[in-house]
Design a protein around this ligand. Structure first.
Ligand code: PMP
Length: 433
């Protein structure tokens, strides 16, 4: 048995399913997760000493690559001066200023410890500002695991507002209305029925959690109009896309200005983080200025702030141009690999996030994403893993490209993908005589 398998067996005796986040388990792809010991640049090393080119990137956070010397130096220097004070620091103001410089819709920002917390808190502000209770979210979008947001459509019970997860009460789930991504009519319908009780529209402005699904050219504009018409708050959840798809996040690509934005991942440089911010008048509702209570022992932690600031300092326009070029090269190579191996599928990409959906030529929403050939993805995943490439272990996730993914790494990935696709094709062909 490999050391990874032995470690995972040990983990299962003390951690539910052997993991601390379900996305890490290999449930959708089969087999046993690799237990990682260390990482550098775009490479993960497991406890057996095997190397893997990494396309998980800690689910998007590691945009400059693992253990970047500038980030590690900032973290160690800051750690030497103390890990957490529970008081104000200059570093948290530095990070807030940098976020606001890059995302002008954010006039005031509150730092928290996870994306879950950021979205939960932004929604609380929206409800307080409007005095309303309901939120519209989109099937297939993920906004963390707070109770009311664990509801999604795609299945009958979810569209009825029943909890997706046991433990979420019917009352809480009932405040979440489900609409379809890229379908503003499905949002309009909700407003027609109960517009005066809808506090917010919450959306990933580029969906990442059903695989990468770009918004149509008018979708986000329509959401902005509907929110304005009905007096609801428009919240962009940019926990994944913020400072990843572009310097100013997905909102800078669409030109649509949300009232509130949630961010995370990249701004923590690999340490736990989240943040929510937006219009000054809304953020002034937050305690201690206003009545909306939200607090955190570790919020604005100096070590996290240092990691985030160091990461952002490496993300200048030139860095985004390099990310764009590397990611376009990968997407193009994978598309060609699909067609040259007669494998139906499509690569959808925005900036340095991309998803290869098998068995379909377009994915606009969760229903399409569900119809993709996830069994083919599982075989593709395992073929690449065996050859030293670690994709996210699910066909509903983006692959994340970092600044450490050089052209030669990308080209090797493409040629290995070709090998695996040829194998899949051979396995699918009837055996000749
Ligand atoms: N929102 C989005 C769009 C996310 O992608 C995620 C996590 N993948 C979250 C919220 C939750 O963030 P966290 O895991 O830090 O709680």
């Amino acid at each position: 048995m490999s050391r990874s398998a032995a470690e995972f067996r040990r983990a299962k005796l003390v951690l539910p399913g052997g993991v601390n986040s379900p996305v890490r388990a290999f449930k959708a792809v089969g087999g046993s997760p690799r237990v990682i010991q260390r990482a550098s640049g775009c490479t993960l090393f497991d406890v057996d000493g095997r190397a893997y080119t990494d396309y998980i990137g800690s689910w998007g956070a590691m945009i400059v690559g693992h253990a970047h010397p500038v980030v590690v130096e900032a973290v160690t220097r800051t750690a030497r001066d103390g890990l957490s004070f529970g008081t104000s620091t200059a570093l948290e103001t530095d990070l807030a200023e940098e976020v606001i410089r890059r995302m002008p819709s954010i006039e005031r920002v509150r730092l928290v410890n996870s994306g879950t917390e950021a979205v939960m808190s932004a929604l609380r502000v929206a409800r307080a500002a409007t005095g309303r209770s309901k939120v519209i979210k989109f099937a297939g979008c993920y906004h963390g695991h707070s109770d009311g947001l664990l509801v999604r459509a795609g299945s009958g019970p979810a569209t009825l507002g029943l909890p997706d997860s046991p433990g979420v009460t019917r009352a809480v789930a009932g405040d979440t209305l489900i609409a379809d991504f890229n379908d503003s009519d499905s949002v309009r319908e909700h407003f027609k029925i109960c517009g005066d009780d809808i506090a917010a529209i919450l959306v990933e402005p580029v969906a990442g959690n059903m695989g990468v699904v770009p918004p149509s050219s008018v979708f986000l504009q329509e959401l902005r109009k509907l929110a304005d018409t009905y007096g609801a708050i428009l919240i962009f959840d940019e926990v994944m896309t913020g400072f990843r798809v572009a310097r100013g996040g997905a909102q800078s690509l669409s030109g649509v200005r949300p009232d509130l934005t949630t961010i995370g991942k990249v701004i923590g440089g690999g340490l736990p983080v989240g943040a929510y911010g937006g219009r000054k008048a809304l953020m002034e509702l937050v305690a201690p200025l206003g009545p909306v209570y939200q607090a955190g022992t570790f919020s604005g932690n100096p070590v996290t702030m240092a990691a985030g600031l160091a990461t952002l300092s490496l993300l200048d326009q030139n860095a985004y141009a390099r990310l764009e070029a590397a990611s376009a090269r990968l997407a193009h190579g994978l598309s060609e690999a699909l067609s040259s191996n007669d494998q139906p599928g499509v690569v959808q990409r925005v900036g340095s996030m991309l998803t290869l959906f098998f068995g379909t030529d377009r994915v606009d929403n969760m229903k399409h994403a569900t119809q993709a050939a996830h069994d083919t993805f599982a075989r593709f995943f395992n073929g690449l893993l065996d050859r030293g490439y670690h994709l996210p272990p699910s066909g509903y996730e983006p692959w994340f490209v970092s600044l450490a993914h050089t052209d030669s790494v990308i080209d090797q990935t493409i040629s290995t993908a070709n090998v695996v696709l040829r194998e899949l094709e051979a396995a699918a062909s009837p055996i000749g005589c």
